[in-house]
Ligand binder design. Structure first.
Ligand SMILES: [Zn+2]
Length: 301
């Protein structure tokens, strides 16, 4: 049975009605799975919130304290893109812990999914692009404490570069970072991941899927990771508001299938986060993210 991690705080954020962040999608996906009996209640796990000290293990203490205490510089908040609120701190504490829990469950069950995550623009001492704390780095660092985990691959297929993940993993040989992203997209200034694959605007299914397969095969061969953290952002979709690639629904489903299949073939546990997805059509957005759960579920049988 596929473990799925979720917490109600993921969609509990008060934002202006015209805000671009798809606040409700986390709850919408959770509800869609239950309403359509695509998952049963026993599959769901809820994270405990990460403490201030937990988060300071990966982020600058001053940054973390200023967020917890609401003494943060307004300029720093503007770069994150959210107004400060108690709810935002509460949500961020759960989402960072949720990815760590997903990684733990993946190590136990082979695979697991987090119904948020992929806050890859969060850097050591500042957040940006809707990312407060870097859940991928936090999960990798936590997983590396396990006796059988010597290295973790962060395989980031969100359309935006995982710049915060890249900078935070620099100097840590146990965390291998790979970002496949559209070169002409946020962030304007790219960081240096261990592997950066820049895709041209308008890249379509065949080229994209061949690149994903070739890259992941190479990384597995070179590094033999003990765990894969997979950012399955669907902002690669041709109709996404913030992406410039030309990938259709089928392409997303094939990508997710490919990544899970390769992990299974090589007996590597895989923890997936749903990542970005910014279509304003809620039903379409749910379906795009649902691909991930569907593909992972099929491989559990
Ligand atoms: Zn993105």
């Amino acid at each position: 049975m596929l473990p799925i991690v979720y917490h109600p705080s993921y969609s509990d954020l008060d934002l202006p009605s015209n805000h671009r962040f798809p606040t409700s999608k986390y709850r919408d996906i959770y509800q869609y799975l239950l309403d359509n009996q695509l998952a049963n209640p026993q599959q769901f796990y809820m994270p405990e919130p990460a403490s201030i000290d937990d988060i300071k293990t990966i982020h600058c203490p001053d940054y973390v304290e200023s967020l917890f205490n609401n003494t943060i510089d307004p300029k720093v908040m503007r770069r994150i893109g959210f107004p400060w609120s108690e709810k935002l701190v509460y949500r961020s504490r759960h989402s960072i812990a949720g990815t760590a829990l997903t990684a733990k469950l993946a190590l136990e069950h082979g695979r697991a999914i987090h119904l948020t995550g992929g806050y890859h623009h969060a850097h050591y001492d500042f957040g940006s692009g809707f990312c407060v704390f870097n859940d991928l780095i936090y999960a990798a660092v936590q997983a590396l404490k396990e006796p059988n985990v010597d290295n973790v691959l962060i395989f980031d297929c969100d359309v935006h570069q995982g710049d915060g993940t890249a900078t935070m993993a620099q100097g840590n040989d146990s965390i291998i970072t790979c970002s496949l992203h559209c070169g002409k997209n946020f962030p304007a200034r790219k960081a240096l991941s261990d592997y950066d694959i820049e895709l041209d605007k308008g890249t379509s299914n065949d080229d994209y899927l061949a690149t994903v397969e070739e890259t992941l095969n190479l990384l597995i061969r070179l590094h033999q990771p003990d765990l894969i953290l997979y950012d399955a952002g669907v902002d690669i979709h041709q109709d996404d508001d913030l992406g410039y690639l030309n990938i259709c629904d089928q392409g997303i489903a094939q990508r997710d299938k490919l990544v899970f299949t390769l992990a299974k073939q090589h007996h590597i546990p895989i923890a997936a986060v749903i990542g970005g997805g910014y279509s304003r059509d809620k039903q379409q957005l749910i379906q795009r993210h649902f691909n991930l759960i569907q593909q992972a579920t099929k491989l559990c049988i």
